[in-house]
Write a protein that binds this ligand. Structure first.
Ligand code: A3D
Length: 321
């Protein structure tokens, strides 16, 4: 079977970790595109020179030319500036929209059949813009946010309960911003509701709720927590891991159910917007949206988040994108 090819657009912090993870997992050959001369070549050479040590056998190539992404099966986009302390994701809108427009034109011309995973912020707007510029089928353009937000939520729950994070199932829906919706009621430890475990731990429903509320708040602000500590950029190991899980599901036609920013056609009562929901990822990209029943409180929180996405997209359109 011919090796698959993943093109990475943007060779910064996330782009570098992506290239290394894809190599370590022998998921595909890697093309790393970035406009600055020699930089992507240096980064991929550095990673490739560890292949004997780590025992992986894929080709890694850096490039400054879009033509080298030809025939990529998956394109992962990180092009754009990350947040600095005190900056909201939305502040990035104008700068990153300009970058995304140029990237979309390059991908449209040279990798028209690829399935595209976008990481650049503000995420929901960048996914919308990329699809608009390329005209690619909606199912082939997907944003990464929910896999990471859900992993953060799961990690906090595991640390709180003192159990392996592998046994936590927890999901975050909505836009990738402060209005995201961690689904508390469905969060479970191997099927047992997390709230039940917290109530047993604290012997008190009020205290259990307080602890959960704090984990929900920390999840919503988790990106900012890392930005505040790093000071010079935003999270990059975990977003790369999240996108690799999505690429693996797509290339392996795994039909994994991963919370992803996908286009809604009436699901969850939303029509014509990209929003984070559980999606079945396989060889055709987003193959299906999985609907979950939301109670009134969850639906209200989801609606607030969808409205934030709609406002962000409207802002972007007002700016001429
Ligand atoms: P950084 O290390 O600055 O890398 C960004 C890359 O984009 C650099 O190589 C840039 O030079 C490159 N770039 C800039 N302009 C262009 C262009 N015109 N064409 C191609 N490449 C270009 O940032 P990073 O890797 O830390 O973050 C990348 C993006 O991901 C930022 O927008 C972050 O805000 C975003 N991000 C998203 C999440 C999500 O979970 C959605 C998490 C963390 C970061």
């Amino acid at each position: 079977m011919a090796k698959k090819k993943i093109a990475l657009i943007g060779g910064g912090q996330i782009g570098g970790v992506l290239a290394q993870l894809i190599g370590l997992r022998e998921l595909a050959d890697v093309i790393l595109f970035y406009i600055v001369e020699d930089m992507p070549q240096g980064k991929t050479l550095d990673i490739a020179e560890a292949s004997r040590i780590d025992g992986f056998d894929v080709k890694l190539k850096g490039t400054n030319e879009y033509k080298d992404i030809d025939n990529a099966d998956v394109v992962i986009i990180t092009a754009g500036l990350p947040r600095k302390p005190g900056m909201s994701r939305d502040d990035l809108l104008t700068t990153n929209a300009k970058i995304m427009k140029s990237v979309a034109e390059g991908v449209k011309e040279h990798a028209p059949n690829a399935i595209v995973i976008i990481i650049s912020n503000p995420l929901d707007a960048m996914v919308t813009l990329f699809q608009k510029v390329t005209g690619f089928d909606h199912n082939k353009v997907i944003g990464q946010a929910g896999v990471l937000d859900s992993s953060r939520f799961s990690s906090f729950i595991a640390w709180e309960l003192g159990v392996s994070v592998k046994d936590i199932n927890a999901m975050v829906l909505g836009g990738h911003g402060d209005t995201m919706v961690p689904l508390v009621r469905y969060a479970n430890v191997n099927g047992v509701p997390v709230m039940e475990q917290l109530e047993r731990k604290y012997g008190d429903a009020t205290k259990a709720k307080e602890v959960m509320d704090a984990m929900v708040t920390r999840t919503k602000k988790a990106g900012g927590e890392v930005v505040g500590l790093l000071k010079t950029g935003s999270a990059f190991y975990s977003p790369a891991s999240a996108a690799v899980a999505m690429a693996e599901a797509i290339l392996g036609d795994q039909k994994r159910v991963l919370p992803s920013c996908v286009y809604l056609n009436g699901e969850y009562g939303v029509d014509g917007y990209y929003v984070g929901v559980p999606a079945v990822l396989g060889e055709n990209g987003c193959e299906r949206v999985l609907e979950v029943t939301l109670n009134d409180e969850e639906q209200a929180a989801f609606d607030v988040s969808v409205n934030a996405v709609k406002n962000l997209v409207a802002d972007m359109e007002r700016l001429g994108f």
